[in-house]
Write a protein that binds this ligand. Structure first.
Ligand code: BGC
Length: 421
């Protein structure tokens, strides 16, 4: 697959490696083009399967337009977000891009990079189609700037059933103490690193799941809205426990994307992985059937949510085509086709459970009754500047294990990038 000159230059500028950019120079969209360039980081496995589902509906509902795949591979947008930032800076936006609901979306809104979609919400009947809390996360100053495609859950512990059975583990742990006891059983059964882990943002996810167990949902929410201090003894305790948890993980974690860690689980070299529920779709897409799931031990009925949404950037070359894409994303048919393959659940409240795999059916039921908390690495809790600062602090901790230094860095990041008192 060829890279366009523009994207290749950006990749070199950032020194990043990314595997897939499906937009080749002969396919460049231009004025009057029928092509709609859709920019995501859904390049492979379950993520690509979800995107394909949505594209299938777009092809039918928007037959006058053509889908152009602008995916840049790399979990959680680790490469895509850099490429996108550079393109926006050069006034070269894709026709639409994936953005997380919440603080991350507000970054683009505050930088005046997005068109207001309030009129489309009225025209397409979307205003009452989504839960009010989600609409609030997409709205700034009474205007709404994106169409949500889904709700993902971040705090899920995936497991390899055969590896658990060999270690004599027959029940999911519901407390941290129980989880450590199971990890010890796995080590005793010969699994040297039972908890598979990847780099920066995946470490943020594991630490957040632990924080939810230690603090409970209300205090966890307070970390992001400024009512819980990062300097307290409870945070020191959480970091100390996290350090212990790292001793059960693979040492090469800092070089791994989430799919590399997932492979350890599939190969039976690890028993567990904490990961968002895109993992369900990815394991399904890869034909791995021997997996189980539970909420992270100690999280109770807390649902750590995030949502992918799509926007109309200012200066998009094909605004009409983009509007048709956004209409598809927001439609009940589009949400069913996408979410059945993506591991997430529809953001719309009127899509039935028919056709959804067992995992999503369970998630749809949980979503209705659970206590909701947001995620920082997936944008619902914090802006990209804050995400970056936490990610590098955790990356450093992964090699030096300095509890006081991590706590200090987390407190400084919150003071610099968090809500101002
Ligand atoms: C996105 C998901 C995606 C995951 C892993 C998250 O930030 O919201 O759609 O599957 O990253 O790449």
């Amino acid at each position: 697959m060829r890279l366009s000159r523009r994207v290749a230059a950006v990749a070199v500028a950032f020194g990043t490696m990314f595997a897939t950019v499906a937009c080749s120079s002969s396919e460049e969209p231009g004025e009057g083009s029928k092509k709609v360039e859709v920019f995501t980081w859904w390049a492979d496995g379950g993520e690509k399967a979800g995107l394909d589902g949505l594209v299938g509906v777009f092809k039918t509902d928007c037959a006058g337009f053509e889908f152009l795949n602008g995916a840049v591979a790399g979990g959680a947008g680790s490469n895509a977000k850099q490429v996108l930032a550079s393109r926006l800076q050069q006034n070269d936006p894709p026709d639409t891009f994936q953005a997380h609901a919440g603080a991350e979306l507000s970054d683009y809104i505050n930088d005046d990079q997005l068109e207001d979609l309030s009129a489309q919400y009225t025209e397409w009947g979307l205003t009452n189609a989504f839960p009010k809390g989600l609409i609030d996360n997409l709205t700034v100053d009474g205007k709404i700037y994106s169409v949500p495609a889904n709700i993902h859950r971040a705090n899920v512990l995936w497991s390899n059933k055969t590896v658990l059975a060999k270690a004599g583990i027959t029940k999911d742990a519901t407390t941290l103490d129980g989880f450590f006891a199971d990890l010890d059983k796995l080590k005793a059964s010969g699994v040297a690193a039972p908890l598979a882990l990847g780099k920066d943002w995946t470490q943020q996810m594991l630490f957040e799941a632990l924080l939810i167990s230690k603090l409970g949902p209300e205090k966890f929410n307070g970390l992001w809205n400024g009512t819980t201090s990062w300097t307290g003894a409870d945070i020191t305790d959480a970091i100390t426990t996290y350090k212990r948890l790292l001793t059960y993980t693979n040492k090469d974690r800092d070089t791994f994307d989430w799919t590399d860690a997932e492979k350890l689980l599939m190969d039976g070299k690890a028993a567990y992985q904490l990961m968002g529920d895109w993992e369900a779709a990815d394991l399904d897409a890869k034909g791995f059937k021997d997996y189980g799931w539970s909420v992270f031990p100690g999280n109770g009925n807390t649902f750590q949510w995030l949502a992918d949404s799509f926007v109309l950037p200012k200066g998009a070359k094909n605004a009409d085509g983009t509007k048709c894409w956004l209409k598809t994303v927001g439609s009940a048919t589009g949400q069913a086709a996408f979410n059945q393959k993506k591991g997430s659940i529809p953001a719309r409240t009127d899509v039935g459970t028919d056709g959804f795999p067992a995992y999503q059916q369970a998630a749809m039921a949980d979503w209705k009754t659970a206590t909701q908390v947001p995620s920082c690495p997936h944008g619902s809790a914090c802006a990209q500047t804050w995400q970056g600062a936490v990610g590098s602090a955790q990356g450093k901790f992964s090699s030096d294990g300095d509890v006081a230094a991590l706590q200090k860095a987390l407190a400084s990041a919150a003071a610099e990038f968090g809500p101002k008192k």
